[in-house]
Design a protein around this ligand. Sequence first.
Ligand SMILES: O=C(O)[C@H](O)[C@@H](O)[C@H](O)[C@H](O)COP(=O)(O)O
Length: 323
Amino acid sequence: MSTSAVSSAAAAASTSLSSVKLRRSSPASSVPTPLRRSLPCKVSSSSPSRSPLVPVSANASPTSAGETASRKKLLIFDAEEDLVASLADYVAELSAKFTAERGAFTVVLSGGSLVKALRKLAEPPYLEAVDWSKWHVFWVDERVVPKNHVDSNYKLALDGFLSKVPIPADHVYAINDALSAEGASDEYETRLKQLVQNGVIEIWPVTGFPKFDLMLMGMGPDGHAASLFPGHPVVNENKKWVTFVKDSPKPPPERITFTLPVINSSAHIALVVTGAGKAGAVHKALSDQHNTTDLLPVEMVSLQDGELTWFTDKPAVSMLSSI
Ligand SMILES: O=C(O)[C@H](O)[C@@H](O)[C@H](O)[C@H](O)COP(=O)(O)O
């Protein structure tokens, strides 16, 4: 994400969140420029001392023209609490921006540890300050199981986040769990198209794919994103909005997933990736040398007209020699 983009989100946020002092967490201290240049994105690592009310971007050093054009930002946190607080600020700011600009905020969730990382949003000041009535919640991938099943991403999000914030129930778009994987993916795509007609979801005319305001996603240790797994043919799907797999290497096997063109049409993506188990995939994804015949799905997440922010910790970036 470019500094200016964060600043404009913060400015929009200050309009509707003016009565609330949002705590700016984990101010980023800049990484020396020669090191930054070796990574294909803007890098900030967290400072041990936290300065309240400082935008996440504010401690970045002045950007060169090249860096300003960057559509990627890497944030590295010392402590999980700092990551969680910074993520809450980031989401709240985008919520205010999109709510003010178009009266709706379309948010797409993954499963996994991401949901726990959203917990601060359900606490003051965010709980009162965010206009939850404008949120519309989707899943970038879902396991084809009943909604009350322990494996359901809907249940995970409901228990860990959605039940704690006042989003209207009819703005939460779970899959139809009575259908097969194929049926559920077709039905979800049809519903997305209706929401485009209703003006809830924007369409990006350049590609004809939906443009979600924010996708909040995790990444697997194998570099999978959503339910797009390395080497699986659905990674190459370029017509459908939503597709399905019946042989996911990560259980359960049956899932629906947004396709890459939809993911890559997003306005913003936050990739929340922590832990040493992810270090290899992070290294491959953030290295400058991409072997185009062997791309991990997460390496194929490349926003055409948006901003991708990695929220990481030190173990996750431990194989990046330049940090
Ligand atoms: O349904 C799923 O399995 C998830 O959506 C999946 O894509 C998840 O986001 C990653 O595997 C990362 O999960 P962790 O953050 O728990 O490692």
